[in-house]
Write a protein that binds this ligand. Structure first.
Ligand SMILES: [Zn+2]
Length: 263
């Protein structure tokens, strides 16, 4: 496992972000895990909120999107966002993009088309990128508790194999910031027995769950080796100055993580 810590934080046009060097080194990928800083939204959405369905002003969300597109030099109209619904549906993104004018209910996307930027919005959930170095296929996944329970990461990796001919040995996988086991307590109603080895019992039918470890376990079962995985190891709830955290704040914004094939 390759661990990326806070010292790797970079800034572009005043927007702090993380990138994974091994993904950038491919020469055909552009990506970033953005933070909450550098945008125009007011509290509780301060400030780089990209979600337009949780109470923030539409104009500010649109300004935030433009700030990111300008900093990373892509057309904001080429950024695909989903109506993420904590399910396990996977969207195959193809041209023409205009067919996706309305945000569709999916929690993961796969594409092999250049100049399409796949965006995932999170505030504690885990954003995951997958890139096939040989076949130039990418995926972006929104994996929260429900998606993890449904095995969304497993399903994306299998679909990349069956529909795009991807081989596990050629994949690079990046995990963005998400809520850590330090802050993520759930109760027996939503706890799954298969998570026991990735959880700390807190008594009274409550557990602190490590969502990242469960997703990594799903990857390993699909043939992914530790050295193919790159993890930004920051808990969103512990670092609320840098990230939105639903658990930590309740009403709040959503940060963007995006990935696209540039050529
Ligand atoms: Zn924490």
């Amino acid at each position: 496992m390759n661990i990326i810590d806070r010292s790797s934080l970079k800034t572009k046009n005043g927007l702090p972000y993380f990138e994974i060097r091994e993904l950038s080194k491919t020469g055909w990928l552009q990506h970033a895990f953005l933070s909450r800083q550098g945008g125009v939204s007011s509290p509780p959405y301060d400030s780089l909120n990209l979600s337009d369905d949780n109470g923030d002003k539409e104009e500010r969300v649109s300004n935030n999107k433009s700030l990111i597109a300008r900093a990373f030099d892509f057309d904001p109209g080429r950024l695909v966002l989903l109506r993420q619904s904590h399910q396990d549906q996977i969207l195959w993104v193809r041209e023409p993009l205009t067919a996706l004018a309305h945000r569709l209910e999916y929690d993961a996307m796969i594409t092999d088309c250049p100049n399409i930027f796949l965006g995932i919005l999170t505030a504690d959930c885990l954003p995951i990128f997958v890139a096939d170095r040989k076949r130039k296929v990418i995926a972006a996944i929104h994996s929260g508790r429900a998606g993890t329970g449904l095995g969304i990461t497993t399903k994306v990796l299998r679909r990349m194999k069956t529909e795009f001919g991807c081989l596990s040995e050629n994949l690079l996988i990046a995990l963005g910031p998400s809520i850590g086991p330090c802050c993520y307590e759930i109760d027996a109603k939503v706890f799954r027995p298969e998570w026991e080895s990735f959880s700390i019992p807190k008594g009274g039918g409550r557990w602190n769950v490590d969502l990242v470890a469960i997703n990594i376990d799903q990857m390993k079962k699909e043939g992914i080796r530790e050295e193919q995985i790159f993890r930004i190891d920051l808990c969103t709830s512990c670092h609320r100055e840098l990230f939105f955290s639903y658990r930590g704040e309740g009403q709040t914004g959503r940060q963007l993580s995006f990935i696209g094939i540039t050529k």
